[in-house]
Every structure is written in structure tokens, then in C-alpha cells.
Design a binder for this molecule. Structure first.
Ligand code: HEM
Length: 182
């Protein structure tokens, strides 16, 4: 739906004076939102005990990856016009881009190991362990967003706060579970 809405904005010339920037930011913002939704699934499941939620977790995560890939594609094509040396310069010199790229590489590894065949090969226990890496990726994305917005802005702080709260819920249940075992 966000992608359909973006198409509509493009055809109806609703992307404002700087379309490239609008499209890039729009796709990045949706990648972030969907990633946060995927991260909230386990904490919500732990609190509500609605276990079916786990079934959609992988799908939601893959949707986020889809938007990140489009965000990257729009950066390469619309922002940099495939100027690979300028892109390399950006990755190595602009710290917020460096964080974004590392986050993207981690998310790529998680997406690639999310096919049914790969999950079977790795084993669901190891898969779950490996996919805790999503929190590292999310931390990097939160930094990417905060640094990109420059100066004091409330929105990146809200997302960082939500991420910290989701981690706190998981930590609480982890301690509860392991406390019971001793
Ligand atoms: C592949 C590596 C990445 C590159 C090269 C990249 C590039 C960029 C650039 C150039 C901007 C700023 C555009 C501007 O100044 O107007 C930006 C903003 C942003 N990016 Fe990325 N990014 C990457 C990864 C990610 C990832 C993994 C996420 C989230 C999952 C993400 C989410 C965002 C968000 C939320 C914004 C700000 C949007 C807003 O202002 O509302 N980016 N990115």
C-alpha cells in the first residue's frame, strides 16, 4: 500500500519540488516503520500470548527488506545517478550512510537466510539465534536516521525510544524465563 500511494504521488505530481529526495526519504521511512513493526511482534506476543503472531513475523521482516532495497535503489539511481565513485565516497565519508550500509548488509544476510529451505538447513533454533542480529541492524538504522536529521529532532528519538522499550520487554521476559530455570 505505501508503494501504491507513492506511485500515485509520482503520477499526480505530488512529490514536491525535490522528487528524488522525497522518494528516497519516503522509502527509507517505510522501511524503518515496517522494521519496527516486525520487531514489536515478539514483545506483543510475549505480553498477549497470541502465538499466531509469530507466523507473520518473517513476512513483515521481508517486507521491510523490500522497502530498504527500494530505498537503496532510489539512492543509487535518483540521488547519485549510478556514479559509483561518488557512492563509494559517501559510504566512506558520510557516517550516517556508513551506518545505513552496515544495517543494510545485516538485513540482507537475514533476508537471505529466511527462505524455507535455508531455515530447514540452519535449524529453527540457530535461525532464531542468528536473527537476533536484527536488533543490531535496528540500532544502526536508528543511528542512521538520527544522524541524517541533524540537530535536535523529536521523531528519531521516538523511534529510538520505541526500540529501547521493545528490547526492555524482551530482556524482562528473558530474565523471567532464565530465573525460573535456576
Ligand atoms: C543501503 C544503505 C543505505 C543508504 C545508502 C541510505 C541512504 C540514505 C540517504 C542518502 C538518506 C537521506 C536522504 C536525504 O538527505 O534527503 C537516508 C535517509 C533515511 N534512511 Fe537510509 N540508507 C540506507 C539504509 C537504510 C536502512 C537499512 C534504513 C531502514 C531500515 C534506512 C532508513 C532511512 C530513513 C528512515 C531515512 C530518513 C527518512 C526521513 O527523513 O523521513 N536507510 N538514507
Amino acid at each position: 500500500m505505501p508503494l501504491a500511494w507513492l506511485f500515485w504521488l509520482i503520477v499526480s505530481q505530488g512529490t514536491g519540488p525535490n522528487s528524488a529526495e522525497f522518494i528516497n526519504r519516503y522509502l527509507g521511512a517505510w522501511a524503518l516503520k515496517i522494521l519496527w513493526i516486525s520487531l514489536s511482534i515478539t514483545p506483543v506476543r510475549l505480553i498477549t500470548r497470541i502465538n499466531v503472531l509469530t507466523k507473520v513475523r518473517r513476512l513483515v521482516g521481508l517486507f521491510s527488506f523490500f522497502y530498504v532495497t527500494l530505498h537503496l535503489a532510489s539512492y543509487i539511481a535518483l540521488d547519485q545517478f549510478f556514479d559509483w565513485s561518488a557512492i563509494w565516497n559517501d559510504i566512506t565519508k558520510r557516517t550516517f550512510i556508513t551506518f545505513g550500509v552496515i544495517g543494510f548488509l545485516i538485513l540482507s544476510a537475514l533476508a537471505m537466510t529466511s527462505t524455507r529451505a535455508m531455515i530447514k538447513k540452519i535449524g529453527s533454533r540457530n535461525w532464531n539465534r542468528l536473527h537476533k542480529g536484527v536488533y543490531i541492524a535496528a540500532g544502526l538504522v536508528a543511528i542512521h536516521f538520527t544522524m541524517m536529521r541533524k540537530g535536535f529532532q523529536i521523531e528519531p528519538l521516538i523511534y529510538a525510544g520505541i526500540l529501547a522499550s521493545l528490547l526492555a520487554v524482551r530482556a524482562f521476559y528473558w530474565i523471567k524465563e532464565h530465573g525460573r530455570g535456576t
